[in-house]
Design a protein. Structure first.
Ligand code: MG
Length: 222
């Protein structure tokens, strides 16, 4: 079925590794967890599971006492939040989507209290933000993407999800939403190979946003 050109397109985005480089924050917080709880799980091992809610990562790592560990991690993340950096051009790119009448939404496994200040710094009108604070299962389950679509009254066919981990790709597939992999992020996509944007600006090219799609013709007013 052809999509109705009057229906707004929806761009759903992951946060860590897509909009903001929070790897130094996460690494610092994980080192604090290692010290405080006497864990020898290296950051690289923790990092392999990024994209899932924290409690799920603890399960994947076979760590009990997830709640206390999360408390330490959350406090250390907040203390190290000054290390977070927006990826180059990301704010400009998001505003270009807004100017082209796309609706923007966030689907992240970062809790709302730590996601909100990072999103506020981008200065973009996000129409929905879905975090593990809401109902449903976390990524790679499709729930947060589907909930974001319900928030926006949008069909999966009108939406794209941009993520940087294989769990993002799986969540998009299970939600019936097209996926674009952020090549500047922390992870690799899995099979089948998705579309890959090499940079935030490359998203505009891939999704044909901003700028004329018809070449200028000499003597025309196009
Ligand atoms: Mg991510």
């Amino acid at each position: 079925m052809e999509r109705d050109p009057e229906t707004p397109r929806v761009l759903l985005l992951d946060l860590d590794g897509v909009l903001v480089d929070t790897r130094p924050v996460m690494e610092s917080a994980w080192h604090r967890v290692q010290e405080a709880h006497g864990l020898d799980v290296p950051f690289e091992e923790y990092e392999r599971h990024l994209g899932r809610p924290f409690a799920d990562i603890m399960k994947q790592l076979g760590l009990v006492d997830a709640e206390r560990i999360h408390q330490t991690y959350a406090e250390a993340s907040t203390a190290a939040s000054y290390l977070a950096r927006q990826f180059e051009d990301i704010s400009k790119v998001l505003h270009t989507f807004v100017a082209a009448d796309w609706l923007l939404g966030i689907v992240t496994s970062k809790p709302l209290d730590r996601a909100a200040p990072l999103l506020a710094q981008l200065g973009c009108p996000f129409a929905t933000v879905r975090t593990p604070n809401g109902v449903g299962r976390g990524k790679p389950a499709p729930d947060p993407i589907l909930l974001a679509l319900i928030d926006l009254g949008a069909d999966p066919a009108d939406a794209m999800y941009v993520g940087d981990m294989a769990v993002d790709q799986e969540a998009a597939r299970r939600a019936g939403v097209s996926y674009v992999h952020a090549g500047w992020g922390y992870g690799c996509p899995s099979a089948p190979a998705p579309a890959v944007a090499e940079s935030p600006k490359d998203l505009l090219r891939l999704l044909e946003v901003g700028g004329p799609t018809i070449p200028f013709l000499e003597g025309s007013l196009v």
